[in-house]
Design a protein around this ligand. Structure first.
Ligand SMILES: Cc1cc2nc3c(=O)[nH]c(=O)nc-3n(C[C@H](O)[C@H](O)[C@H](O)COP(=O)(O)O)c2cc1C
Length: 344
């Protein structure tokens, strides 16, 4: 049976690929808030072919984790082709080629944004992936270019049109140069320009810090859809807020009880689906982002660094919430007082 097409549009916000973060528990959390499609962290084509355990771990999924796009990085067509074939054998159907990563380790391999400097190789990589996956089943995530701002936009446009002609299902543009990394301002004008010349869907990425900004980006650029990245890392409920705004409803900020429930849900999903040490360590980095605007956030982060397991994380959070609820009115227990003191 042919695969249904991926939901792309204003009412279908995606979770962007986030190396180190868009793992199975986080994807499921974002889906519970309304993420229509999730993209995995980037997975190495060579790692897939050589079946490295690190790479295999990144493919952990469940039936609820659908539709799922596997993002691959690599520069060599032979590996990309074999990687897609192997993934298809495992039941995965949608793929994305990372042509935007600005991390030096990736650029040195000629992968990520370095592919934008070698159009011939980029097109060959696209061709083999589309051959292996089928037309429409692969997307390409682009940056403006490796190191110049707008000058070579025509080159990016040419590449985008070639990818479209070859059967790309969608394109994503993060309109920064690789040299910019995540700094500076995303160039939404470039999104507008690219959206105008494509007939396949264009997904916007870049500076989508919250739902209001996301909807504004869609309105301003004419992009067909978008991906939340750092906006989702700060607030996975951004998807619910986005959908509310699209329905014309007001999106209220999270109150502390809802925020608390969200964090506990993330911990529960991590405990259930990824209880191993590295995933747990990641939670110590993730939680402070969720509470960063609340008093005591810094102290919580320091305390989390000393936690050795998820139980200890939950205890640290209990003290944090207790402190928040009671700081204005009633005395806090000794432990909580110590804990909140440094941030007071
Ligand atoms: C921690 C982190 C990890 C990322 N990992 C990937 C990745 O694996 N593949 C990719 O194409 N982009 C990756 N990105 C880029 C995001 O998908 C997105 O394009 C970028 O953050 C711009 O969106 P934003 O400004 O709304 O965060 C990553 C970004 C961050 C912050």
């Amino acid at each position: 049976m042919p695969e249904p097409s991926l939901p792309i549009g204003r009412h279908y916000p995606w979770l962007a690929p986030l190396a180190g973060f868009s793992d199975l528990p986080f994807r499921l959390l974002c889906r519970e808030y309304g993420a229509a499609v999730c993209v995995t962290e980037m997975v190495s084509a060579k790692g897939l072919v050589y079946a490295s355990s690190e790479t295999t771990d990144l493919l952990a999924t469940t039936p609820e984790d659908r539709p799922l796009v596997i993002q691959i990085f690599g520069a060599e067509a032979s590996f990309l082709s074999r990687a897609v074939a192997l993934l298809r054998d495992q039941g995965f159907v949608w793929f994305d080629l990372n042509m935007g990563c600005s991390v030096r380790k990736v650029l040195r391999q000629g992968a990520g944004a370095a592919m934008l400097d070698n159009t011939g190789n980029a097109l060959e990589a696209a061709r083999v992936m589309l051959d292996a996956a089928g037309p429409g089943m692969v997307g390409f995530k682009l940056r403006l270019c490796p190191d110049e701002a707008r000058a070579p936009f025509s080159r990016l446009k040419t590449l985008a049109l070639r990818l479209q002609d070859m059967g790309a299902g969608w394109l994503t543009l993060h309109p920064r140069t690789a040299k910019q990394g995540f700094g500076g301002k995303a160039d939404w004008d470039a999104l507008t320009e690219l959206a105008q010349c494509l007939t396949i869907p264009l997904l916007a990425s870049g500076d989508l810090t919250d739902a209001r900004t996301g909807v504004r980006c869609l309105d301003a650029t004419g992009a067909d859809g978008l991906m939340y990245a750092r906006g989702a890392l700060r607030n996975p409920a951004v998807f619910a807020e986005h959908l509310k705004l699209c329905r014309g409803e007001a999106a209220a900020p999270l109150d502390t009880d809802v925020l608390r429930a969200m964090i506990l849900r993330h911990i529960a999903l991590t405990r259930q689906l990824a209880p191993d040490k590295p995933r747990f360590w990641k939670m110590r980095a993730v939680i402070p982002r969720y509470v960063r605007d609340l008093p005591g956030a810094r102290a919580l982060r320091d305390r989390l660094c000393r936690c050795a397991d998820l139980r200890a994380v939950e205890e640290a959070l209990d003290i944090f919430w207790y402190t928040i609820k009671n700081s204005a009115s009633s005395p806090v227990p000794q432990e909580a007082e110590k804990f909140s003191g440094r941030d007071a």
